[in-house]
Design a protein around this ligand. Structure first.
Ligand code: SF4
Length: 321
């Protein structure tokens, strides 16, 4: 399959300054030299504990936050080199859905207007076409025509997320970053929203980067899954491969926390020691070593390479070397 998105050596550093000369006191690498591809029409799941940098990756890819370095290619065009109209044309194809759609909706604007606003800014269609498109996307996400006249506070969390999806969809994007779109919703509502996303993907051939903080959410929606720890991707593989043959102890630990219905599959139970260390003071060597049950001397001093261990299966751990 063709790559729609290529991320190369993406970096986003945050600095803390202090003292009389406002010197840089410490630097937190929220995204530390991360590279991956997203194929046309697939869903890549991106999983990690809060503070690992996954949300920063999503926002940096769309330049909602300026990157410290690296490149992001959309169909071969480096979007970090574009500006003006060329950037806007590509940005229309790359949309984002947030965990809390309420914060991105104007509380004083009927949601129908909010949905049309994006089309207006991007000069898509006439006013009549914008209206028809707005009604069309509302129906596509399972809402009714009369909802267009209602205000954000009149909707439930699940409905607001549908509006967030409708708003992104109205611009006819090819790629959508779903940034924890169901984390704030009840479990019963979660699967409804996930099903809508799946149906829309099929209908429009959408490509997703689906960000979540646990593996069980991405299991059903992803074709491939990437696991992040402290600013780096530590493992990336096809879903089944990652779930049944995890190569990184961190992935193994995340998986061992998910109950398996199939008794034939055996997983070692791994309990992680300690908390996630700070990005501003990451451990030397393998960043996972203070919590890793398999850490050896080498892990304390030298970071393992991130490489393709088996075909299509990437990992960064000395156990695989
Ligand atoms: Fe654990 Fe060492 Fe592998 Fe890091 S490199 S995950 S510390 S075994």
């Amino acid at each position: 399959r063709m790559e729609l998105i290529q991320v190369r050596n993406l970096k986003k550093y945050y600095t803390i300054r202090g003292g009389f000369f406002q010197r840089i006191k410490s630097c937190g690498k929220a995204v530390d030299n991360v590279s991956f591809d997203i194929f046309d029409g697939e869903t890549l799941g991106l999983v990690g504990e809060s503070g690992c940098g996954k949300t920063t990756i999503g926002r940096t890819m769309l330049r909602l936050i300026e990157p410290t370095g690296g490149e992001v290619y959309y169909e071969g065009n480096n979007i970090f080199n574009l500006s003006g109209g060329a950037l806007q044309a590509i940005r229309r194809n790359m949309q984002i859905i947030f965990q809390d759609p309420f914060s991105s909706l104007d509380p004083r604007m009927p949601v129908g207007e909010s949905i049309m606003e994006g089309m207006r800014i991007n000069r898509i269609g006439t006013r009549k076409e914008q209206f028809d498109m707005m009604i069309d996307v509302l129906r596509k996400v399972g809402l009714e025509d009369y909802h267009a006249r209602r205000y954000p506070h009149e909707f439930s969390g699940g409905q607001r997320q549908r509006i967030g999806i409708a708003r992104a969809l109205a611009l006819r994007p090819r790629f959508i970053i779903c940034d924890e779109p169901v984390s704030a919703l009840d479990v019963s509502i979660q699967s409804q929203v996930l099903n809508i996303l799946k149906d829309l993907q099929e209908e429009y051939g959408l490509t997703y980067l689906f960000i979540a903080h646990n593996l069980s959410v991405v299991e059903h929606i992803s074709d491939r899954v990437a696991v992040m720890y402290l600013g780096k991707i530590v493992e990336l593989a096809h879903r089944a491969e990652l779930f049944y043959n995890p190569l990184h102890p961190y992935t193994q630990a995340l998986l061992s926390a998910i109950p398996i219905p199939d008794p034939a599959v055996k997983r070692k139970r791994i309990t992680l020691k300690g908390d996630v260390p700070s990005l501003f003071n990451p451990p030397k060597g393998c960043r996972f070593h203070p919590r890793c049950p398999f850490a050896k001397d080498q892990c304390l001093v030298e970071a393992p390479p991130y490489r393709e261990v088996q075909k299509g299966h990437f990992a960064a751990c000395w156990l695989n070397e």
